[in-house]
Design a protein around this ligand. Structure first.
Ligand SMILES: Cc1cc2nc3c(=O)[nH]c(=O)nc-3n(C[C@H](O)[C@H](O)[C@H](O)COP(=O)(O)OP(=O)(O)OC[C@H]3O[C@@H](n4cnc5c(N)ncnc54)[C@H](O)[C@@H]3O)c2cc1C
Length: 318
């Protein structure tokens, strides 16, 4: 039996912050995550902040959190959204190199007092007299603590949809937390399910950047963290649009999209519709904006922001 003051399950943004703040306050903390190499991994677009979310990052930063400093250590593109409007509605947003972001989180976690990283699946909450007294890992190891914090993100009983394909997983290529999800369901707690989406990535070497509207990183040296500095070379993003041909292909495949076949019943974020949703809901539009955002300095991957989809892979997207 290993004993701690606080156990945090999950090494994503939430779990790293929870573990770090508890350790900074002097607690002995165990941060348990499936794969320690994935601690600090960015799930989807390697971007931090944006409208509504940039404020949150700065609030966490004001409490000495990690996310703002890690964002500055990894930022390859800074953009203040709503710049022409008042400061209350501006949204600081950075595009990160995901490799540098993860490295920064690992470095910052090491600086946070008595914090132990534990690799493994938290399979079960251990209960005594109706209280959680610790957790049991899938290999049988038991950890005890008076407080356990769940930061399981998209992994709790997660299912991935790609057209008609179904996969069990928390993120592509990663297991999901089925046992813990089962225990939570068994406890009859109120449950809801959310959905999110992601676009297919592009190979930047196949993009004719010269024909696109360029979006440079902001020149004024603002940072996400009050303690941050710009140290990483900056890249530019670009803007393009879908066209009627793209829309025709998507319309012809709508019945095979799990969003439209009814296979996905969960709610999605209000401001983040999939491209098939946009084409369906705004049928009169002949194009939707797509921001092409490089995923890092040492990769050719480009994230086409604006075309997240549940459609099956297709080789004939124009
Ligand atoms: C495809 C996709 C697209 C997304 N798009 C967006 C977006 O556009 N905007 C946005 O804000 N968010 C998006 N998200 C949501 C994104 O997951 C969250 O914003 C963010 O990652 C949540 O951080 P988190 O720390 O809560 O959880 P996560 O980043 O999901 O981290 C959870 C961690 O917990 C670990 N874990 C879970 N259960 C266990 C267990 N039982 N035992 C051990 N370890 C466990 C996992 O291994 C993982 O490391 C997207 C997610 C996905 C998968």
């Amino acid at each position: 039996m290993h004993s701690f003051d606080v156990i945090v399950i999950g090494g994503g943004h939430a779990g790293c912050e929870a573990a770090a703040v508890a350790a900074r306050m002097g607690a002995r903390v165990a941060l348990v995550s499936f794969d320690l190499d994935a601690v600090g991994a960015m799930s989807c677009n390697p971007a931090i902040g944006g409208l509504g979310k940039g404020h949150l990052v700065r609030e966490v930063d004001a409490f000495d959190g990690l996310i703002g400093r890690a964002a500055d250590a990894a930022a390859i593109h800074y953009r203040m959204l709503n710049r022409s409007k008042g400061s209350a509605v501006q949204g600081p947003r950075i595009q990160a190199d995901r490799r540098l972001f993860k490295a920064a989180i690992h470095r910052l976690l090491k600086e946070q007092g008595d914090l132990t990283l534990v690799a493994g699946e938290a399979a079960e909450l251990v209960l005594a007299q109706g209280r959680v007294t610790g957790i049991r890992l899938a290999d049988g190891t038991q950890l005890s603590a008076p407080a356990t914090i769940l930061c399981t993100g998209t992994f709790l009983g997660g299912t991935l949809f790609r057209g008609e394909e179904r996969l069990v997983g928390g993120r592509i290529g990663e297991a999901s937390a089925q046992k813990l999800a089962q225990q939570m369901r068994g406890a009859n707690l109120p449950m809801a399910r959310l959905k999110t989406g992601t676009p297919p990535r592009l190979d930047g070497r196949t993009i004719d950047w010269g024909r696109l509207e360029e979006q440079a990183s902001d020149a004024d040296a603002w940072t996400m963290s009050a303690l941050g500095q710009r140290t990483v070379p900056q890249v530019f993003c670009a803007i393009t649009r879908t066209n009627p041909q793209t829309h025709d292909i998507i319309r012809a495949n709508l019945d095979r999209s799990p969003l439209f076949s009814g296979a996905i019943g969960a709610q999605g974020p209000r401001y983040c519709p999939s491209i098939e949703d946009k084409i369906h809901r705004f049928a009169d539009r002949d194009g939707h904006q797509v921001f092409l955002e490089p995923e890092g300095l040492s990769t050719h991957l480009v994230y086409p922001n604006g075309v997240s989809t549940s459609c099956r892979p297709m080789s004939n997207w124009p």
